[in-house]
Design a protein around this ligand. Structure first.
Ligand SMILES: C[C@H](O)[C@@H](O)[C@@H](O)C(=O)CO
Ligand SMILES: [Mn+2]
Length: 595
């Protein structure tokens, strides 16, 4: 999603309202705390376009209800999507708090002992709980001196984790999920649930039939100049690869037919982008309505089967939509799901908004036990993969940035577009083949990207997430942190041949904890809620858990250490011993963020 204005974090310095000494003595310190938080967020966090995150600070410290109202007015005008209240002292709980029920809130109560900042923190969090407007409490672990304006590391971690979740919530709000087509092959995630998008994400749903693509092809509703450039680029950078699946098929396509398919794939990519973002060029051509786009922050393409039984499949389009470069150079990726799996698109959207990195959409295809690998290949797995692995593979919407050719500190990584070099983008392309689709599955042809994610010596840290809808509960999130790993060459060759040799592959090893769904790699597979997963670079489970709690989506399985879990304080009111049950109860009790 391009050309958007981003929401901001509002910072509220609250203060003891007593004039004639108390308030005056605290003004400076209180305002300084607000500025240190603003500086921290601007220096640490970036919007999806790479610009630094912006904050708004209340014009005055807030000692009572009038100043709280003035601050709220300012925040509403500025487009604030979450508030952080800071204070070193006692203030008046319900008189100074921000009561916006549809915004996430956090409060940092300074851990000093000269003034009762922690007492205010506890009082205002109680008010939040009592009013059903949950807020995150931040209380530094170690006492600071009264004149210390620094932010301790534990406080920083929580401020940043909260701000990431609040910003993700704010950025997706009022945007659309665009379905291109409807339900693919009975996949539940592609039966779009508008109530979920509206109430939990604050989003709306847009729908276009897949015939819209044909209309735009036939009536020439795409930028012709861009298309010429794009096709020349595609012929050079995405050459059609060997026909692995169809060599012996009497119905296999000729080279001319395959070239026509590449033409169609390039046009599909441009059209999907225009459908999501709009395109001013279309207005110049007289297509003003089409030029607007659907304000989509995420989208999905049904593809199978009505489209793919007749036209080239969506793999090429999906791969490029999720990637950060094409004929226009390096740019922001889109969030684009195969099979119109709107729930996997949502998981990708969460991952993306927390990291600004492009996402892997994959089938959670096969659990390979060490025993099965040894039986089939004669090789005993060692190292990170010694307990087995999950083979993640789907022909379509897997970012091309996941080849493992991008690096951070010499290790394979997936980077945001603003950190990506031309060489890395080119290396990804050079490591990707474009394999003609298996015409048994895809009668209309098309091309799948084909590469293996390189994990490197230590494995690439990744997190797999999945949002599911469960009748009676609503949405639930599952999160598995782990590593994308390299397999010994002979193991890969044998496994690849008997799976889908023309699709991209990521071999995933979740981190085991010894309990629940993380007792074994098999248990992770066995507890996964659907056929797809959304895989992000990095270990982002703690951020996902915080975001889910803001949206009141319970997490039904995760392998994040308990010390990293950060949820609103009111969650403890629902239980402190069994955090999973407390999470379910809290999400149910407080209900979705929107109506
Ligand atoms: C080609 C097949 O229909 C696959 O696309 C299918 O197994 C899936 O991806 C299901 O999610
Ligand atoms: Mn699939």
């Amino acid at each position: 999603m391009t050309n958007m204005t981003f929401p901001k974090i509002g910072i509220r310095p609250t203060i003891d309202g007593r004039r004639r000494g108390i308030r005056e003595s605290l003004e400076d310190q209180t305002m300084k705390m607000a500025h240190s938080v603003a500086d921290l967020l601007a220096a640490t966090l970036k919007y999806p376009d790479g610009s630094p995150v912006q904050t708004v600070i209340s014009d005055t410290t807030i000692g009572g209800v009038k100043e709280a109202a003035m601050s709220k007015e300012k925040f509403d005008r500025a487009g604030v999507c979450g508030t952080i209240t800071v204070t070193p002292c006692w203030c008046y709980g319900s008189e100074t708090m921000d009561m916006s029920p549809d915004l996430p809130h956090a409060i940092w109560g300074f851990n000093g002992t000269e003034r009762p900042g922690a007492v205010y923190l506890a009082a205002v969090l109680a008010a939040h709980a009592q009013k059903g407007i949950p807020a995150f409490g931040i209380y530094g672990h170690d006492v600071q001196d009264a004149d210390d304006t620094s932010i301790p590391d534990d406080v920083k971690t929580k401020l940043i984790r909260f701000a990431k979740g609040a910003l993700a919530t704010g950025i997706m709000r009022n945007k659309s999920y665009l379905s291109i087509g409807s339900v693919a092959m009975g996949i539940a995630g592609s039966t779009v649930d508008p109530d979920f998008f509206q109430e939990y994400l604050g989003m709306r749903n847009e729908y276009v039939d897949m015939t819209e693509i044909v209309r735009r092809w036939d009536e020439g509703i795409y930028d012709k100049e861009e298309f010429e450039k794009a096709l020349a680029w595609a012929e050079k950078n995405t050459p059609i690869g060997p026909d692995l699946y169809n060599e012996d098929d009497p119905n296999k396509f000729t080279d001319e037919q395959k070239h026509e398919q590449l033409v169609a794939c390039v046009k599909m990519t441009m059209i999907a982008r225009d459908l999501m973002d709009g395109n001013k060029k279309l207005a110049d051509m007289g297509f003003k309505e089409e030029a607007e786009g659907h304000n989509a922050i995420a989208a999905g393409f049904q593809g199978q089967r009505q489209w793919t039984d007749h036209f080239p499949n969506g793999d090429y389009m999906e791969a490029f939509m999720n990637s950060q470069y094409d004929w226009n150079g390096i740019h922001q990726p889109h969030v684009f799901a195969t099979e119109n799996d709107s729930l996997n698109a949502t998981s990708m959207l969460f991952n993306y908004l927390l990291t600004n990195t492009p996402q892997i959409f994959a089938d959670v295809r096969t659990y390979w036990s060490p025993e099965a690998v040894e039986r089939v290949t004669g090789t005993k797995l060692e190292g990170v993969a010694k307990n087995g692995f999950l083979h993640l593979s789907n022909s379509g919407a897997q970012t091309l940035d996941a080849t493992g050719q991008e690096t951070i500190d010499g290790q394979p990584a997936i980077k945001p577009f603003y950190d990506l070099s031309e060489e890395e983008a080119q290396a990804n392309l050079d490591h990707t083949r474009w394999i003609p689709a298996n015409i048994g599955y895809f009668r209309g042809g098309g091309f799948s990207s084909n590469y293996v994610t390189r994990g490197g010596e230590k494995g690439m840290p990744v997190t797999m997430a999945r949002l599911n809808l469960v009748k009676g509960v609503g949405p639930e999130l599952q999160v598995a942190e782990g590593y994308a790993v390299d397999l010994p060459e002979n193991v890969f060759d044998i496994i690849n041949k008997r799976t889908d040799p023309g699709w991209p592959s990521t071999f995933f090893v979740p981190i085991l904890t010894g309990h629940g769904a993380f007792k074994s790699v098999y248990d992770v597979m066995d507890n996964w809620g659907a056929n797809h997963g959304a895989i992000s670079y990095g270990h982002i489970g703690a951020d996902l858990i915080t975001l889910a709690s803001i949206l009141r989506i319970p997490v039904n399985m995760h392998n994040v250490p308990e010390s990293d879990i950060f949820r609103p304080r009111a969650w403890s009111s629902l239980g402190t011993e069994n955090l999973e049950a407390a999470d379910f109860n809290a999400c149910k009790n407080f209900g979705p963020l929107y109506k």
